[in-house]
Design a protein around this ligand. Structure first.
Ligand code: SIN
Length: 282
């Protein structure tokens, strides 16, 4: 088996906000440690990695993703589980009348994966298999920049505070300040978290899943959260990725948010998704 030399990898920024594109790798082949270390450093620098033009079977994507850490398991096999226990599909395609994947259609607000559990996924990887002609972009936001550019009085006020994150699969979004329905998963995490590798601080609240900030009156919590959501989603912190079949992206849930733009539900969309286990945010 042939390995490309590390010198053959090219790394370039994807946008002013975040992202590094890696060229010169074929992920259908194993990556040696030296090359992976270079890729992992680019990931920490860029927060998301983009690699285009890949042709990957489930096993190839699993092998690449495993280099980032221990893979998460797909908990609900009825929402798009693949052959491998860590693989799930995001898709609106139906076979024999049933969806083959999860999160089928429509816009999704900004969020960080699994922020409503004690140890949210550290990373999420998507591989594009079928893509609509227009829309269905995944939009990423740089939460280091969001934190660093907050007014200093807000940084001081929110330092050390926790926010409750919740995701109700039955509801289209969160109803902030309302009682969290019985059985719906939720967990409190710091409003500002520290990345365990880069040691940088990131804003860790999001429009889809953050319900309230503990210890503030509900009106104040709502006002501050609305300010933080608008702040985190501004154009200068974001990059919208227009997928092409064969693209692979891995994002770091500890320092980014992501959202999805709407698309024509009569068009087919299918991405293969794997997550990497993470630590309790601090
Ligand atoms: C997700 O939020 O994980 C889905 C992203 C997408 O479908 O683009």
């Amino acid at each position: 088996m042939e390995h490309t030399n590390v010198a053959d990898i090219q790394i370039r920024p994807v946008s002013a906000a975040l992202g590094m594109e890696i060229c010169g790798v074929d992920l259908s082949e194993p990556l040696d440690h030296e090359k992976f270390n270079r890729i992992q450093q680019a990931w920490h620098d860029g927060l998301i990695l983009l690699i285009r033009g890949q042709r990957l079977e489930e096993d190839d994507q699993v092998r690449f993703c495993e280099q980032f850490g221990v893979l998460g398991s797909v908990l609900n096999k009825h929402t798009g589980g693949g052959r491998h226990p860590s693989v799930m599909y995001i898709s609106n395609i139906k076979e024999n009348g049933a969806l083959i994947g999860a999160l089928p259609d429509g816009e999704m607000y900004f969020h960080s994966d699994q922020c409503y559990v004690e140890k949210p996924a550290m990373a999420t990887m998507l591989y594009a298999m079928e893509i609509p002609k227009k829309g269905g972009d995944t939009i990423f936001s740089n939460m280091y920049k969001a934190y660093e550019t907050l007014p200093s009085e807000l940084k001081i006020k929110l330092e050390g505070l926790m926010a409750v994150n919740v995701y109700d699969y039955e509801a289209s979004g969160t109803k902030r300040g309302s009682k969290i329905a019985e059985g719906v998963k939720h967990f409190a995490h710091p409003v500002f978290r520290t990345h365990p590798v880069t040691k940088r601080k990131a804003l860790y609240v999001n429009r889809l899943m953050t319900d309230h900030i503990i210890g503030l009156p509900i009106n104040e919590s709502n006002d501050i959260l609305n300010f933080l959501f608008d702040h985190a989603e501004q154009a200068e912190f974001t990059y919208a990725h227009k997928w092409t079949v064969g693209d692979i992206i891995i994002w770091d849930n500890r320092c980014t948010l992501h959202a999805r733009s709407d698309f024509d539900s009569s068009e087919r969309r299918k991405l293969r998704r794997i997550t990497v286990l993470g630590e309790k945010p601090f």
